[in-house]
Design a protein around this ligand. Structure first.
Ligand SMILES: [Zn+2]
Length: 264
């Protein structure tokens, strides 16, 4: 009898102990359960985050916005100042030049190369009636410029822009003939998808030039911007710095065109 009472007493103490432990543990248990449930809800997010770094993740889908500033028809009286601006802004650009034989121009060709920009072919004479009168004249003019620039800079230029663009109506021979020649010589040509419309030399205000460029440039992740390095394009020069600032604000980086540039 005494033994039963003793056993009962032990059981009661044990039960009381268990109840007490249970009561004390309950809040922690609820918290632990909450942590577990929250963890269960998170894997989807975690997986997504991890996915960005995987082989088929977002690295390929995040498109880099790149602006290619291109200046046609130089060297000009503004080329030096233009190169100063690009240097200060740490921007590499592309110059589709024509053939000029004065000492200043020869120095500009060299400086373009020395400062890491792309030196591109445009045409030696830029006289439409001459270069577009026949495929032979077109080729002779282009080769004259390429050879001339090679002697001055040591660079064998392999990028080109048709004067007036590849859609020019001035060409008296099929575009395919010109394209075939370029391909044979390992030269790639570039048109543009945004323009300052400054070739007409009306000296539009820098704000107007910027507006024209941005109208189309901002539609493209890879934008090739046509501007001119002509003596009559002082306002283009003044638009370059604010244009760079605005494009940077829009998330663009800058690069020069090369034969291997991927635009799509
Ligand atoms: Zn031109």
């Amino acid at each position: 009898m005494r033994r039963d009472r003793k056993n009962w007493g032990r059981r009661a103490v044990l039960w009381l102990g268990l109840c007490l432990a249970g009561c004390l543990y309950a809040p922690y248990a609820r918290e632990a359960e909450g942590r577990f449930l929250r963890a269960m809800e998170q894997p989807a997010e975690i997986t997504d985050v991890m996915g960005e770094g995987t082989a088929d993740g977002d690295e390929e889908t995040v498109t880099q916005k790149v602006a290619y500033l291109t200046f046609d028809d130089g060297p000009s009286t503004h080329s030096g100042e233009l190169l100063d601006i690009l240097k200060e802004e740490n921007v590499k650009a592309t110059f589709f030049v024509v053939g000029k034989e004065d000492e200043e121009s020869r120095e500009i060709y060299k400086r373009i190369v020395r400062e890491g920009h792309s030196l591109g072919l445009h045409s030696y004479s830029h006289v439409y009636k001459e270069i577009y009168s026949s495929a032979d004249n077109f080729q002779a003019d282009l080769w004259k410029l390429k050879t001339y620039l090679y002697h001055i800079t040591g660079v064998s230029c392999d990028i080109y822009r048709f004067p007036g663009g590849s859609s020019t109506t001035q060409m008296k021979f099929p575009l395919e003939e010109g394209e075939k020649f370029l391909e044979e010589k390992g030269i790639r040509y570039f048109d543009w998808n945004a323009t300052a419309e400054d070739a007409v030399c009306v000296q539009s205000a820098p704000g107007v030039i910027m507006k024209r460029v941005l109208k189309d440039a901002l539609k493209h992740d890879k934008t090739v911007i046509l501007m001119h390095d002509l003596n009559c394009c002082k306002t283009t020069l003044n638009a370059v710095r604010p244009l760079i600032a605005r494009l940077r604000k829009e998330g663009y980086t800058f690069d020069r065109l090369t034969r291997d540039t991927i635009l799509e």
